[in-house]
Design a protein around this ligand. Sequence first.
Ligand SMILES: *[C@@H]1O[C@H](CO)[C@@H](O)[C@H](O)[C@H]1NC(C)=O
Ligand SMILES: *[C@@H]1O[C@H](CO)[C@@H](O)[C@H](O)[C@H]1NC(C)=O
Ligand SMILES: *[C@@H]1O[C@H](CO)[C@@H](O)[C@H](O)[C@H]1NC(C)=O
Ligand SMILES: *[C@@H]1O[C@H](CO)[C@@H](O)[C@H](O)[C@H]1NC(C)=O
Ligand SMILES: *[C@@H]1O[C@H](CO)[C@@H](O)[C@H](O)[C@H]1NC(C)=O
Length: 949
Amino acid sequence: MAITLDRLVSLVLLVQFVLLCSSYNVTSESTEEANALLKWKSSLENNTQPQLSSWTLLPRNATNPKPSTSPCTWFGISCNPAGSVIKINLTSSGLQGMLHEFPFSSLPNVAYIDLFDNVLFGTIPPQISNLSKLIYLDLSYNKLSGSVPPEIGHLTKLEFLHLVNNQFNGSIPQELGKLKSLTMLGLYINALEGPIPASLGNLSNLAILYFFDNQISGSIPPELGNLSNLALLQMDINRLIGPIPSTFGNLVKLTELYMSENQLSSPIPPELGNLRFLLKLRLGINNLFGSIPTSFGDLKNLSLLELYDNGLPGSIPKEIGNLKSLVNLELSENLLTGSVPASIGNLSKLETLFLRDNQFSGTIPQEIENLFLVVLELDTNNFTGFLPQNICRGGVLQNFTVSNNHLIGSISKGLRNCTSLIRVRFDGNQFTGNIFEDFGVYPHLNFIDLSKNSFYGEISHNWGRCQKLTTLLLAWNNVTGSIPPEIGNSTQLHVLDLSMNHLVGEIPKELGKLTFLVKLMPNGNELSSGIPQELGSLTDLEYLDISSNKLSKSLPGDLDELLRLIYLNLSCNNTLESLEKLNLSHNNLSGSIPTSFARMRGLLYIDISYNELQGPIPDSKTFKDAPFEAVEGNKGLCGDVRGLQSCKLSSTHISKGSHKVVIYIIYPLLGALSLLLAFFGISLILKRRKKEWQTKQSDVNNKELLMISTFDGKILYEEIIRVTNDFDAIHCIGEGGNGSVCKAKLPSGDVVAVKKLHSSPPDDATTYPKEFLNEIRASTEIRHRNIVKLYGFCSHPRHSFLIYKYLEKGSLAAILSKEEEARGLDWNFGTAKLLKPDSSNWTALAGTYGYIAPELAYTMEVTEKCEVYSFGVLTLEVIKGEHPGDFISRLLSPSVMEEVELKDVLDQRLAPPPSHFEDELINILKFASACLNANPQSRPTMQVISQRL
Ligand SMILES: *[C@@H]1O[C@H](CO)[C@@H](O)[C@H](O)[C@H]1NC(C)=O
Ligand SMILES: *[C@@H]1O[C@H](CO)[C@@H](O)[C@H](O)[C@H]1NC(C)=O
Ligand SMILES: *[C@@H]1O[C@H](CO)[C@@H](O)[C@H](O)[C@H]1NC(C)=O
Ligand SMILES: *[C@@H]1O[C@H](CO)[C@@H](O)[C@H](O)[C@H]1NC(C)=O
Ligand SMILES: *[C@@H]1O[C@H](CO)[C@@H](O)[C@H](O)[C@H]1NC(C)=O
């Protein structure tokens, strides 16, 4: 009995032991998985490990009697009931690191691995083949590179394989053909090369095959025609050559077939007509030839058909009218001929129709009026006859282009009320009709080209109401009347070509309001009077052709301002473009050529022929390289151009010329000098540069000339003194370090801001170093819409002042220094302002910045990065709520961003920002300090800043 009892006890103990062992068994397996995963975690970049903070082992202690050694509760980990990992889902977790320590051999049961959208780099280790139960593998949107390991072919249970958007190179391993269970294979946006393995034809379960945007070459294996379950096949943007296999006609489940942007060359196989479920077919940008198969008429579900940019000949089959589901039809850039079949009018769902750059002839089919088209492009064909009258019947037509055909008659009346229009090209036809009566006001119109037709009538003042118009081209018509000043209200205009018409009257000064204008061509008309000096504010202007008009008046008087500003743009050496072509020929411009022409360094082409000009040709490469034709037909030009006499022989002109030199070279230099005064107080800078002062400024030594300004000198000076009541405090809006800023309303109605300098002009101009002069000059030359414009300067023993464009809001400093207004600019608002460069606040903010910035901008080397620096200061000012002052130098000391605490920087008057703004603010601060780098080269560019923000 005792024995029996003993046995019973031992039996119980044994059972307990077995139970213990089996539970230990489970524990040890999951512990192994946990440790392996932790090993991978520790291989990730240190800063990304916090994303996996739940990945940790909990040891046994007093409060926690059950030790947790299982990963099953960790973020992104799922286990089976036995406690073994089956799924790892760490999508978009910001993980940065490699896969080399990934526990491929320690996860025997894992079936799903989803690492989509992280920053994994390096190669996929071949050990991946150990994941024998893997069904789902997504490594897309990482930075993985190297070749796709052939070992993936061992993962025979794999159904889903996505390696999209990485940097994989090498060829597609033919071993992928062994993945019999695969339904989805995504390889797009990589750098894969080599041919498509024919073995992929074995993937009989494949429904989706994507490998577009790689460098895959060779011809398409006909075996792909065996993929009888394929629904989507996208292989566009590769280097495939040869034919489209006719076996593709077997892919009867296909709904999308994309093969565009390759080098495929063959006729389009008529078998594609079998693909009854096809919704989208893209074959554009290849070398396909042979006509469009009539079998395409069977693709009853097709909504998109793109065959553009091939060499397709023949006509459009009339069967196209059967494609009742078609929405987009793009057949441009082929060799298509004949007339467009009337059956096109049956495509009742059609929205876009591109037929441009073919050889279509005949009339535009009347039936097109049945369609509610959004886009109709028929350019560069041989279409004849009239435009269908009701082409805009649907009221949705936005893009309507028929340029370069043989169309006649007037623009159909239907277009007058076609307010949906955005882009219109009728150029290069034989249209007639009254341009004033036939065109309405199009609120969305962006681009209109009516050039090279026989339109007549006057330019409608209504064009000024087209607020989105960027391009207005009316050249080579019979337009009469004068240029309506209202055009100046169409402030988005970039290109205005009115050339070769019969326009009379003056060039309206309102054109000076078109601040985005890049090209202005009123040449070849009968315009009279002078060139309005308001054109001088067109700082983006690159191309100006005023030739062949009846302009009179002397050139310098009218162009002084214009040339000064163009010159200023050029020499700022920033991204602003400069005037490249200037054609003033065939007018009656008189006087001598301002030597300031010589400073237009960007000028590539000049034509001043057939005017009344005299005196020397400016000393510049543009003039020296100019052909005689560009200067001929004047009254008495001399100089270093072939065909002109040398100036030494015509001394009368020299004296005139040298007088001009005084005005156009010396004056700006002097202006620069007077600007110096603005910085006279900044002794710090001057001290730092003291040792460089030895270089003498020899060109400028005449003190008398300091009295002259670039404006209308004396008159303006006296006007400003008068309207500001000798700088009475009532008129002054602010006090800066170097002077006070006053608002001056001039008798002309213009309002300017005048900054009166405290210090008087230096006794001896020659004591300033050349380098410093150049810097100051460059600062006056910055012309950017986000920086306040410096109009000019006056220098006088009693008063020296700078004249700026007046901006309403005053300075940022003023707003921030007032408590309640500063509160108004709270963190949400402030951050949003910095983060949304396109918001309307931006311009105001930037303008304000410019307003206060000059003395800041001028304290450092003026380079293209000067704006970047000022931007940094402004950013700090907005965040700090006051001018950063000494804080800038603190910020610039090495590794300070770690020391400076956010709360030290923030405006103390505001409640601390919500925590989700803190990171943003810190980033912005880091960015701002990068902008303040003492070395301009190390500052980010404005483009980088706008992208990052
Ligand atoms: C213990 O581990 C072995 C081998 O890994 C396994 O076959 C067995 O099923 C495990 N026991 C339990 C109770 O899970
Ligand atoms: C993480 O930090 C430790 C200690 O600072 C260092 O030894 C290790 O190399 C770092 N690991 C990575 C991946 O950067
Ligand atoms: C015991 O472990 C738990 C979980 O790790 C922890 O929160 C707790 O502070 C530990 N207690 C002691 C006394 O160490
Ligand atoms: C992983 O998680 C994401 C986000 O929750 C989800 O969209 C995705 O389907 C998951 N992947 C797998 C394989 O379960
Ligand atoms: C198109 O018109 C041009 C000029 O009228 C003509 O030379 C050319 O042969 C025409 N092409 C076709 C295909 O009709």
